[in-house]
Design a protein around this ligand. Sequence first.
Ligand code: ZN
Length: 175
Amino acid sequence: MKRKIVLYTSPLLRKKSVKVARVDAATKKLVRDMVDTMRTDFGVGLSAPQIGIFKRVITYEYINPSGPEPLGRRPSGSLETFPNIPLRALINPEIVHFSKTTEVGEEGCLSFPNLYGDVRRSKKIKVKALDIEGKHIEFEAKGLEARVIQHEVDHLDGILFVDRLGKDKRLYTYK
Ligand code: ZN
């Protein structure tokens, strides 16, 4: 079921989320609702607090049936392309390693409709989490996947991408 997105005007986005004690039917229902919401609103990623559930759960997916396609136009006018990322739900995700190498990339957020900004993030990360069956998983992510995970895990700590903009704090929009 698609849920309502908490928008940036709400102080709720600053709340810290708590760990999921047990991956049970309620967790699975939460993940289903998050996936429905993310897909309906064409988001690449979503965190539970964005639908008003303050639990440490994130989902993400980037699939384009026509193959990698521009996600957005950079302020410079150049296009960014990304490989597909299959659907993933992470419960209690922890980023246990951030690469020293960083890159600046465009980010948007379902809680900030039609607003984008350039954010510097680690290029590669190592993640520990529980999967939807409650199994411990550990993996490395890079590029867009690493960026999405960093953005969504920030949400679990009440941190928003606008907190990580460059000095000029510039947000932009697309018509
Ligand atoms: Zn977001």
